[in-house]
Write a protein that binds this ligand. Structure first.
Ligand SMILES: Cc1cc2nc3c(=O)[nH]c(=O)nc-3n(C[C@H](O)[C@H](O)[C@H](O)COP(=O)(O)OP(=O)(O)OC[C@H]3O[C@@H](n4cnc5c(N)ncnc54)[C@H](O)[C@@H]3O)c2cc1C
Length: 503
């Protein structure tokens, strides 16, 4: 078995040293705490917002020496919703600038600068190449990007510059079939959004929080002592109750708060499409911005997205449609007419946006809202991955005012750096690490969250089998379970067959 970069595996005989022969490890310890402790706060949902709030509160408590019992439950794997399946950008959002949402852009750019400084192993600068088709566009984008630079303030990231037709063609000769009239280069940042969510979870746990995956909050009611929450371990079926003084809802698309518009966004993954290591940003005819982002451990892939489609089905079933696939393939053909582009994989997720007057999902605002409902549940909705730290800080302030007033206004996440990311290299070590330290329990947790391997190769049953066998050896899977796990991975990454659709 080799990983996406072709690295050799750890020999089987070494595996027990990495796993320590442990099966129920970190996860069981966390579960035990939830069964036992009377919590001050319970966070529902382990995407970036839940993880960010848990880390924020845990750091406040640690820094001030205040005892605070913090719990977090995630119904599936951490980051398995939008927090792993997004465009992986930490950005101000040129599109919002186009919509004249200056405050949103300014706020996001400030967060971008902060994350570049505090999490340099996770958030890195990324250079964008924006093709330009004529004189008017050249001046329009030059002015827009100057404003973008201005709004970024003193952020340590390079400013934009304009390229002539020749310079543009030299950098990206295949783009638009060589018919470029020029381009702009500007800078934003990228993140491995699944791994950064895991980093927030692990920091929260290290600072005293209890966080566990595959535990769903099924119902909650309030009595004189606070919240009584019914939890289900969706792996074992165990049902238990926990008590908490405060409930925080970061369940995103699953939230029962109401007032949300669920907008699906999908991506296709291709073998690398463009020549340079730049990302491509392209405003298509309707004003939507499309990104082609270098992806994979060696930038050997291109991530193309995204779409904006109202999602009417359950948030449990989110898949790219044939129409979205055709739309993204059409864009790839337009941008790279010479490419034999066949997608390797697809993924989709939901944006739980605040319902507003906008007719189109694209124009619906990305503003966030944090509020206590009449029963006293604190809800977090809308926003972007980029601004998760700020949203978490706001939510933690509101929760702290009720449960530990001394912690309100203490803001450690604006100055506490993340530890260096230190991961084992070989596939066997990564599998053991994911199970033992990151609570991965399904093959899809390993392939789409702990790593993005699942999107990076043309997987089939045969190629997935050794990974399922190795994970199953640690977790005690039988043949039937391994088959189910493999099937789930293949289905999650599938690209619809477009044969009957005219492209
Ligand atoms: C296609 C797409 C592209 C995007 N690109 C970008 C980008 O490039 N940059 C950017 O800044 N933002 C981007 N975003 C937005 C960003 O991804 C989201 O704002 C962010 O991930 C939301 O995080 P969250 O924690 O609120 O929600 P989620 O990540 O969806 O987490 C909610 C979690 O709650 C869990 N849950 C639900 N119900 C329960 C329950 N009853 N009990 C326990 N757990 C429960 C779910 O399983 C889920 O894991 C994008 C979004 C999409 C959809």
């Amino acid at each position: 078995m080799r990983d996406a970069r072709g690295a050799a595996p750890t020999p089987d005989w070494l595996l027990p040293f990495y796993t320590g022969g442990v099966t129920e490890d970190a996860r069981e310890r966390q579960l035990e705490r939830l069964r036992r402790e009377r919590l001050d706060v319970l966070i529902l949902g382990g995407g970036i917002n839940g993880a960010g709030i848990a880390r924020d509160l845990a750091l406040r408590a640690r820094e001030t020496g205040t005892p605070l019992s913090i719990g977090l439950v995630e119904q599936a794997h951490f980051a398995s919703g939008a927090s792993s399946r997004n465009s992986q950008l930490i950005h101000g959002g040129l599109r919002y600038l186009k919509n004249l949402e200056f405050r949103l852009v300014r706020e996001a750019l400030r967060e971008r600068a902060l994350l570049l400084r505090l999490a340099p192993d996770y958030v890195r600068p990324l250079r964008f190449f924006m093709p330009i088709s004529g004189w008017f566009e050249r001046h329009y984008y030059h002015a827009g990007l100057a404003l973008y630079d201005l709004l970024a303030g003193k952020a340590r990231i390079e400013r934009h510059r304009m390229l002539s037709r020749e310079e543009a063609a030299q950098l990206e000769p295949e783009l638009s079939g060589g018919r470029l009239r020029g381009a702009a280069l500007f800078f934003d940042a990228r993140v491995n959004s699944a791994r950064f969510t895991l980093a927030n979870i692990s920091d929260a746990i290290d600072n005293g929080a209890a966080a566990v995956n595959y535990v769903r909050a099924e119902a909650w009611e309030r009595d004189a002592e606070g919240w009584r929450v019914h939890l289900r371990d969706t792996l074992s079926g165990e049902v238990f109750e926990t008590r908490a003084r405060k409930l925080v809802d970061t369940t995103g698309p699953w939230s029962r708060a109401g007032g949300l518009r669920l907008v699906r966004g999908s991506h296709l993954v291709f073998p690398r499409l463009n020549r340079s290591d730049n990302a491509i940003a392209w405003f298509e005819e309707s004003g939507r911005i499309i990104f082609v982002i270098p992806w994979g451990e060696d930038n050997q892939l291109s991530l193309v997205g995204t779409t904006d489609v109202d999602h009417k089905e359950s948030p449990d079933h989110v898949r790219i449609s044939r129409e979205e696939t055709a739309y993204l393939l059409g864009i790839v053909k337009e941008l790279f007419p010479g490419a034999q582009a066949r997608p390797l994989a697809a993924f989709s997720a939901l944006r739980p946006l605040l319902r507003d007057e906008a007719a189109s999902p694209t124009r619906t605002s990305r503003e966030h809202r944090i509020w206590n409902d009449a029963a006293g549940v604190l809800h977090v909705a809308g926003g972007k991955y980029t601004t998760y730290r700020l949203m978490s800080e706001e939510a933690a302030d509101l929760a702290a005012r009720e449960i530990a007033p001394a912690l309100a206004g203490v803001h450690p996440t604006s100055r506490t750096p993340f530890r260096a990311a230190c991961l084992p290299q070989s596939p066997s070590e990564r599998i053991a690490f994911a199970v033992r330290h990151e609570m991965a329990r399904r093959l899809s947790d390993l392939m789409f969250v702990s790593t993005y391997w699942g999107y990076e190769q043309p997987w089939d049953r045969e190629r997935l089998e050794p990974y399922a066998r190795e994970m199953g050896a640690i977790l005690g899977w039988d043949r039937e379970r391994m088959e189910q796990e493999i099937e789930a991975v293949l289905s999650l990454r599938a690209v619809p067959d477009l044969t009957p659709l005219p492209l």
